[in-house]
Design a binder for this molecule. Structure first.
Ligand code: ATP
Length: 310
């Protein structure tokens, strides 16, 4: 690949372990990408400035995100918001705690999953989210892994805004921190009345959880065995309604094994578009990053982003 390659490193991912992980694999990554330029960003503002600098040259580029899912989400969004997204290619080095974007893992450097094969790339679908923000302004963003409202979204919000116990757990054991967050979120969660439109139907229901998938891995070891292909122009839609705490815990335990059997409280289907309207702001999540809205429309954008092979 003749296009310039940039590796954008988030040193603070994985509770600050990101930098240590990067130093551990740095020389092997640079052996494979000798012309790459390393860019370390301390925060998201610096990341946007650096990406603006890359785009301002008007040259095609390959941008490899070295971080977790939040990092690769931001780089993907910057590419997709660019006027010519097809000129840029996204790569990834999984320094994060979950690295769902890279699942199922295919290629590793020192046990860390990577997609840095610059000799070939593929076009992948993304989810496009249009929503009204808390100031009443229309916004648009993209997800490359999945999006949700309900328990998963609130769990992500709690995970990103930890109290003392969770902060400590996140430092010592990510798996335990995810389980703790999931259980404490389920215990405080109340089902939300949401009007949902998808596949020509409209229903108002008490939503326990909605996962909208482009990649069937939700967080840690939770996953759906839904056959979603990276470029099939479809989103996996999995809804839990009217659930009590024990039913949510049961669902969570089954998702550890990839099981999601459909019943009167569970819907599992495919769609290209889903609209969700709520009388009060609900937390929704895209690739682990959370925000609030009362009006959210999610659609698929087929083959929208170039991604390096593993
Ligand atoms: N390039 C970057 N430089 C600095 N900070 C970043 C960058 N990208 C993202 N961030 C911030 O760091 C936070 C954590 O990053 P990220 O989600 O990549 O790591 P993680 O949470 O350890 O990984 P995972 O999502 O795989 O569990 C993000 O929520 C975002 O606010």
């Amino acid at each position: 690949m003749k296009t310039p390659i940039f590796i954008v490193i988030n040193p603070h991912c994985h509770q600050g372990e990101g930098w240590k992980r990067w130093k551990h694999i740095r020389s092997q990554v640079l052996d494979r990408l000798p012309s790459a330029k390393e860019i370390v960003t301390e925060n998201t503002e610096e990341l946007s400035q650096q990406l603006d600098g890359i785009f301002s040259t008007n040259e095609a580029s390959c941008i490899v995100s070295a971080g977790g899912d939040g990092s690769v989400h931001l780089v993907a969004n910057a590419i997709l918001q660019h006027e010519q997204p097809s000129r840029h290619v996204l790569g990834a080095i999984g320094l994060g705690s979950s690295n769902d974007f890279l699942k199922p893992f295919q290629s590793f450097i020192q046990k860390l999953p990577v997609r840095i094969n610059t000799s070939s790339h593929v076009l992948r679908d993304v989810g496009e989210v249009r929503y009204i923000d808390k100031n009443g302004v229309k916004q648009k963003k993209y997800f490359i892994i999945n999006a949700s409202i309900g328990v998963t979204a609130e769990g992500n919000w709690n995970f990103n805004n930890p109290g003392k116990t969770l902060k400590w757990l996140k430092k010592i054991n990510t798996g335990a921190a995810i389980t703790y967050t999931a259980l404490s979120t389920i215990f405080s969660y109340r089902n939300k009345p949401v009007t949902i439109r998808f596949n020509g139907e409209e229903t108002t229901m008490a939503v326990s959880n909605i996962n909208i998938l482009k990649i069937p891995f939700v967080s840690g070891s939770l996953h759906y065995r839904q056959n979603i292909l990276p470029d099939d122009g479809l989103l996996g839609l999995n809804i839990c309604r009217d659930m009590k705490r024990m039913e949510l815990i049961q669902t969570l335990m089954q998702l550890e094994k990839g099981k999601f059997a459909v019943n009167e409280k569970r819907i599992s289907t495919f769609t290209q578009k889903i609209q969700m309207l709520s009388p009060i702001p609900v937390i929704f999540e895209c690739d682990g990053e959370t925000t609030e809205s009362t009006d959210i429309e999610v659609s698929v954008k087929q083959q929208a982003i170039n991604v390096l092979d593993a």
